[in-house]
Structures are given as C-alpha cells and as structure tokens.
Design a protein around this ligand. Structure first.
Ligand code: ZN
Length: 395
C-alpha cells in the first residue's frame, strides 16, 4: 500500500482502487472516494470523476473492502470483580479496537457500578472518540433502578449525544437486581421516550444470564405492554443450547438476537456455543438474517461458577474476538461473506439506530477495513476517513 500520507492524519481526498467491495453485500464497484469523514463516490472507473484537488491514491490490490465493524457491547473501562478486587479486568486501549477492525462501539458498565461508574465510562468514550473511533455508551448498568448521569434515563438520552440506550440490564442472572416486570417495563419505556425525543433508537440492551427465566421477562414485556419488540436487544444468547433455542423462537417472532464472541474453552465445554455456530443454527432455523448481531463483550469478566454459585475462575473478553468469529463463520461453518458481514456491520448499526454506520454507500461515514482475501486478516482500518492503522508491508 503505497502512500505519502502520515498515519492518522486526515486526507482531504482519498481514492481507494482495485478493491473487492462488500457494502456489506458484494457489489460491482471497485473504487471508493473518501472526502473528509464521508464516502462521496463509489464506482468502477475513477477516470470518470474530475477531482478538484490532489488526491491520495491507495491501491487495494484486490483486497476486500468492507464496512468497519460495529460492536454493540464493549466494557471499555473493564468490568468484573466477581472474585473480589483481585479479579477486576483492565481497560480497553483504542489501539486494540483499531487493530481488531472495530470502528464503532457501544460501551457499558457491568456488574460493578460502584467503583466503576458512568462519569468514568463517559470519559473513556470521549478518549476513544479523540483517538478517531465512533464511541457511544449505554446509561445504567446491570442493576435497576438505572443509575444515570443526569438524573433520569430520558434526560441522559436527550442531553448527551454519546448515550444511545440503556443497559446492559441483567435478567435471569444471579448477579441481576432481580428486577420486577414493572421496573423493567418502566426502564424500557424511559429509553423509548428519551430516544424518540432525541431522535435515537433508545434500545434497552439486556444481559441474559443462565437463570431459570431465560427470555421470559422480555416476552412478558412484549405481551403485556405496548413497548415494541425492537426496543429490546438481548445479548449472550449463545450462553447455552436451551437459551439459544428460546432466542431462535424470539428471533423468528421478529426479535433481535445478539451473540457474544468472547468465550473460553471451559465455557464451551460447559455448554456455551461459539457465536459462529450459533449464527448457523439461527439461519438454518429460519431467523431473518437482519435480526442477528455479534458483540465482543470486550474486557468483560468471563467468570465460571460451579453448580452452587461458587466462582471457579475468571478471564477478560477480547475485542478481536468479533472478527475471529466472523472469520470462523465463513471458514469453519462455510457461510458466505454476504451472510456473515451484515452481522458485524449493518445489523448492529440498524438495531442501534446508527444511520451512517455499518454500510458502504455514498454519504455514509468512511469507516472501512481492508481484508486480505487469502488469510481474512485485517490489513488496514479507516475510521471517519482517516487511516488509523495498517499492517506493515513485508519487505
Ligand atoms: Zn453481560
């Protein structure tokens, strides 16, 4: 990739040529023109367009050009501590997200909302924004009533551009606040109203534990209130086969399903499915492809408990797992790029209401990745029109 552009500095115009473009769907274009932070032209022959000023040209040499990954759940200030203070997980560095191809992420608090809090989370979101990423956050935490920055979920959504929903609210989990139906309904309603007034989706992200109720609390919300199903976004749906079966039924009824890509061999032995396998089962059983997304759960604690609830061990989730599972879905599971790429780009962007994210089209934010077609390794990451990272050329 020959370029004179210093890494990270904004190019007024960047022309990427000779790419195999996935919008996330395959298309006939092979070239993209970026101006500032947007995609302003797509086509086959850049000779067609008159450029008003010098342009940085970049030969993609047949690599895939795909949208930057959209990660709906990352614990960017760490999480956990389920074994005490010695078990806290570390913060995420911007560099880790950039190398993992994640150009948009949504941050959340987790189990600990006492020594980790929303001002810290907002500060870290702003740090990632300053590094060139599109970072957002959920207000609240595992526990209800939701802790907020400004006094209410509605106010947080309306007053803070960084906040796009509430979550991750723990249900069916021994670490939840055991929220009643009424408290859940009120919280989702606050996110919906705040979202409507702020022009945001206002989703409620739900952490699904391995508890006995499974998705029942969300079914109850749909059946007993006027809240639309699309406000509800359950994650960790690949935690076990019974929960996956419930999630597939939920997805066939039109609900969204999110699969966690961070996992451990011991968790797979305990009955968790990896996200790639869960995706195949969903598609085979008739869930509409646009209902499904992957999230990394980066830097969350991945604790293991015995049958009596005693902690056995704990590790941290990884942001690079999101692309690893997408690759596994294409290689090990044999799915096509057009079946897999939307799950990590367009679908989460649409579910979260991030309209300029998740697809390559004129007018969209210039968040994109170059991918080596042989290895499926990420070769370069562009965010908001800036090339933030590229794999060094072998000399
Ligand atoms: Zn969780």
């Amino acid at each position: 990739m020959a370029t004179n552009q210093p890494q990270g500095s904004p190019a007024p115009l960047t022309l990427i040529e000779n790419a195999r473009v996935f919008t996330p769907f395959p298309c006939e274009h092979s070239a993209l023109l970026l101006a500032g932070s947007r995609i302003v032209w797509m086509g086959r022959d850049p000779g067609d367009i008159r450029l008003p000023c010098p342009v940085e040209r970049l030969d993609a040499a047949g690599r895939w050009l795909i949208p930057g990954l959209v990660d709906p759940l990352a614990h960017i200030i760490g999480g956990g501590g389920e074994g005490g203070f010695g078990f806290r997980t570390p913060e995420l560095y911007a560099d880790e997200a950039i190398r993992a191809g994640v150009t948009t992420l949504v941050a959340a608090l987790g189990t600990d909302s006492i020594t980790r809090n929303l001002p810290q989370l907002l500060g870290k979101v702003r740090e990632l924004q300053a590094a060139g990423l599109s970072a957002y956050m959920y207000t609240g935490s595992y526990h209800l009533p939701a802790k907020t920055l400004s006094g209410s979920v509605e106010q947080d959504l309306m007053l803070l551009p960084d906040i796009i929903g509430v979550g991750e609210i723990a249900i069916s989990d021994h670490r939840s606040s055991m929220p009643s139906h009424q408290v859940l309904a009120e919280t989702v309603a606050q996110a919906r109203v705040g979202g409507l007034l702020a022009g945001k989706q206002g989703v409620a992200l739900f952490h699904l534990g391995d508890g006995r109720e499974g998705l029942t609390p969300l079914r109850r919300l749909v059946e007993q209130t006027d809240l639309p199903r699309r406000q509800l976004y359950p994650t960790h749906c690949n935690r076990s086969r019974p929960l996956l079966q419930e999630a597939i039924a939920w997805g066939r009824d039109g609900g969204y399903i999110d699969f966690t890509t961070s996992t451990l061999p011991q968790l797979l032995d305990d009955g968790e499915l990896d996200a790639a396998e869960a995706l195949v089962l969903c598609l085979r059983q008739g869930v509409a492809p646009d209902r499904i997304s992957f999230s990394s759960d980066a830097n969350a604690s991945l604790p293991r408990f015995d049958a009596e609830g005693r902690l056995l061990g704990l590790e941290a989730g990884r942001i690079d797992s999101i692309w690893q599972q997408a690759v596994l879905a294409m290689t090990r599971e044999g799915l096509s790029p057009e079946q897999v790429l939307p799950v990590v780009t367009r679908n989460p962007a649409d579910i979260l209401g991030l309209n300029r994210k998740g697809r390559l089209a004129v007018g969209q934010d210039a968040d994109l990745l170059l991918v080596d077609p042989d290895t499926l390794n990420i070769a370069a990451t562009f965010a908001m029109g800036r090339r933030l990272w590229h794999r060094p050329d072998p000399d």
